[in-house]
Design a binder for this molecule. Sequence first.
Ligand SMILES: O=C(O)CCC(=O)C(=O)O
Ligand SMILES: [Fe+2]
Length: 318
Amino acid sequence: MASVSLQNTINTTPSPTSNPLTITDLLNDAIVLINPTVKPPFSSIRKLFDHLRSNPNDASALNNAYPKRGIFKSAAIKNGLSDQKFTIDLSPTRDSLIPESIRSTLAPHGMEDILAFFNNTVDTHVSSILSSLSKIAGADFSPSHSKLNMNFRLCDYNPMTADPTSTNGCGEHTDYGTFSIIFQDGTPGLEVEAPYAPGTWVQIPGDATVVLAGWCALILSGGRVCAVRHRVRRIPGVRRLSAVLFVAPDLEVKLKPLREVGDVVFSKEIMEGGIDVEWFKDVMGKRWRWREGNLELAKGEDERVVQDEEIKKLIFGC
Ligand SMILES: O=C(O)CCC(=O)C(=O)O
Ligand SMILES: [Fe+2]
C-alpha cells in the first residue's frame, strides 16, 4: 500500500545498520499508518476482559450466543504453546445474536462502548480505505464488498497465561481478508515483516494505528497490493491490549484477480475462480484457531505446517 509515514522510532530486527535499506524502504507498500478520529475505549476493553475472566457464568452465557466458535477465547490459560493472549471475537452477526439480557449484563462492563467504537470506525474509515485500495489495484473493490463482511477482535496479551515467560503473543501470519485496522493501547509488540526483505521484522511503535492488507486484497488486485505478514511479541510481565477491525470481501465472491495480473503468477484454481471467500476463510480459520489454541487438529493433520506456506501453495500453486 502506498504513502507510509514512518518515524525514525521504528526499529528492525536485525538492526538497521546491518541492512542497506532504510526503514521507509522496508515498509513502503506494506502498511499505512492512520490518525483515527475515533480512539478505542481501552479502559472499557480492559474492564470487559477482566470481567469475563473473573465471571465464568457471564463468559459462558456470551459464548452460548455463538456456540459455533464462541466469542471469548481463553485457551492460553491452559495452553502454554499457543498464542499467549485472550481474545473477544465480535462481528455484526455475532452482535445481533447476543440476547438482550446478556447485553445489559455486560453493558456496564464495557461492551456497549466497544461496539459503538467499532461501528463508528466502520462509518469513518472503511469506504475510504476501500477506495485507496481500488486506486492501487486499478480496479473497483466496492462491488465485492457490498455487504461489509467484517469481524471485530479485541486482544489481551495478558501476563497471566499458562506460560508467563513466553514472548509469543501472536504467531506470524497474514490476515485472510482485504484489510485490517490495528489499534494499540500504546504498548509495543506488533511487528511487520518487510515485504522485500523476508525475515526482517520491523517493530511498530505502540501508539501507531496501522492498516495492513490481507490475502484477498493481494488476489483481487492481481498482486498489486501486498499481503503483509505480521506477529506480536509479548514483553513478559507487560499487559498489552489491541482492537482490530477486519474487512473481507462478501462470502460468495470468487477470489480471482479483478483485472489482468501484474508481476505475480497465481494458481490455476485462483485464475479460474474456483475458490470463493467463504471456503478460503474456512481453510484459513482452521489454521489460525489451531495457532490460537482453540482447535485440535484431526489425527493425521500435520501440526508443523505453517499457515502461510499452506495458503501460498493454494494461491500461487507452488
Ligand atoms: O494485536 C495485534 O496487534 C495484532 C493482532 C493480529 O494480527 C490478529 O489478530 O490477526
Ligand atoms: Fe493479524
